[in-house]
Design a protein around this ligand. Structure first.
Ligand SMILES: Cc1cc2nc3c(=O)[nH]c(=O)nc-3n(C[C@H](O)[C@H](O)[C@H](O)COP(=O)(O)OP(=O)(O)OC[C@H]3O[C@@H](n4cnc5c(N)ncnc54)[C@H](O)[C@@H]3O)c2cc1C
Length: 398
């Protein structure tokens, strides 16, 4: 059995950021990253954007090169998932039967895409890994009809990416009135719907799949409203399930993710969690949050790594997130839910501006719509916890 001072399960963005955080404070301690994928850590946002649109190549998406990892003296054990954690004995066992001892442990296993119930799996795909991207890329190269199920980030971004591939027809089926309707104020979701249609995407809003059947050519989807949709293949973007089994089986506190305190330490001393998997107290409001975004993985990973190396610093970063859809790009901070009251500070064409998400008059979230370099100001506004009305908000973050 090999022993490491720091063991990191999950060679994704949070795991890589944690290794960085450890090395900021401890140059000597031994560090091992265990990864279930064959790839060293890479950035996932290009899988649904830049790689499709020719803005990035596969070799551009890795967090670090092999020589960088060597220079940092961080070892990688890839293509072998951790299957058992013994917190008391301080060991982790992998699928291939390897056992590793640890001083401190980070759980950074992210999540896995939810599957549609009863879906015929051979024609229904999801997108989370580089291997998934390569599979979808090969399918798209053959042209044909693709049905995207789900109107959230993966569904919306992939509709845009696939609609730009020659010979591909895209239909998109989702429950809301427009893409990203669960987080955008209605006029912005409807603006996206209009832009998607202009780009040849066939939208099927306010509906959901109830049955998926295999056909000679591909799949047939029957919907709640009685539509019958034929597709060569289906891409499902219906959410992520945090990978909690390993922690749960080991007796750690788990609900929606692995519960950690403000230092990102789990219910077991010396075991931390970060990234998509971590459920931690919101730095401003204190309520438990689990965030599935790039900046959160970087920040929680680095902070957890530093705390594993002795920093003992509470996590205070307010995560931001971003997306690009056709000619619309946005950044956002805080809680964005179309269930909150919103104040949309934009001209009538909704092409550029800010939307504020309010709860009891307090700003809980800020959406910066084609509106750049305002993230810090948005964070400060949320942290100020002031009661602000439209007249005070108008023009504030333009
Ligand atoms: C297609 C796509 C596009 C995205 N675009 C954006 C975007 O535009 N903006 C944004 O803010 N966010 C975006 N995200 C989200 C962002 O990429 C994630 O929030 C981030 O990658 C989370 O990092 P993580 O390290 O927590 O998890 P991951 O990056 O998922 O890494 C977890 C790793 O752990 C491994 N693992 C799981 N179980 C085990 C185990 N038992 N043993 C060993 N290894 C294991 C997994 O294989 C995986 O490699 C996107 C995500 C995807 C999939």
């Amino acid at each position: 059995m090999a022993d490491y001072d720091y063991l990191i399960i999950g060679a994704g963005l949070a795991g890589a950021s944690a290794a960085q955080g450890i090395r900021e404070l401890d140059r000597q301690g031994s560090v091992l990253l265990i990864g279930g994928e064959p790839e060293p850590p890479y950035h996932r946002p290009p899988l649904s954007k830049g790689l499709w649109l020719g803005k990035k190549r596969e070799e551009d998406i890795y967090v670090k090169t092999a020589p960088d990892w060597q220079a940092m003296d961080v070892a990688l054990h890839l293509n072998d998932a951790a299957v058992e954690l013994d917190p008391g004995g301080r060991t982790v066992t992998t699928a291939q039967g390897r056992r590793f001892g640890f001083g401190k442990l980070l759980l950074a296993m992210g999540g896995k895409p939810r599957h549609l119930p009863d879906a015929v799996r051979e024609h229904v795909f999801t997108l989370q890994t580089l291997a998934d991207y390569r599979k979808l890329r090969a399918l798209a190269a053959q042209g044909g009809n693709v049905l995207i199920i789900g109107g959230s980030f993966i569904g919306a971004e992939m509709a845009c990416a696939l609609a730009q591939q020659p010979g591909v027809r895209v239909d998109m089926l989702f429950p809301g009135p427009g893409p990203l309707a669960q987080m955008l104020p209605l006029p912005l979701s409807l603006l996206l719907a209009e832009r998607f249609r202009e780009h040849g995407i066939h939208l099927r809003p306010e509906d959901r799949a109830v049955r998926i059947e295999a056909t000679d050519k591909g799949s047939r989807v029957l919907t709640e409203r009685g539509q019958v949709l034929e597709a060569d293949w289906i891409l499902a973007g219906v959410g992520l399930e945090p990978n909690t089994a390993l922690a749960g089986n080991a007796g750690l506190r788990v609900d929606d993710g692995v519960r950690v305190d403000a230092h990102l330490q789990s219910s077991h001393p010396g075991i931390y969690a970060a990234g998509d998997l971590a459920n931690y107290p919101d730095p401003v409001w204190g309520d438990a949050v689990r965030i599935e975004h790039w900046d959160n993985a970087v920040a929680t990973g680095r902070a957890a790594g530093r705390n594993m190396a002795g920093a003992e610093t509470p996590f205070t970063h307010q995560s931001m997130f971003f997306s690009d859809l056709l000619d619309i790009g946005f950044e956002a901070v805080g809680r964005l839910s179309s269930r909150l009251e919103t104040f949309v500070d934009m001209p009538a064409d909704y092409r550029q501006g800010t939307a504020y998400y309010l709860q009891g008059g307090l700003v809980r979230g800020v959406l910066l719509w084609n509106n750049w370099d305002r993230v810090e100001a948005a964070r400060a506004l949320i942290a100020a916890k002031q009661r602000l009305g439209p007249s005070e908000l108008r023009g504030r973050l333009r």
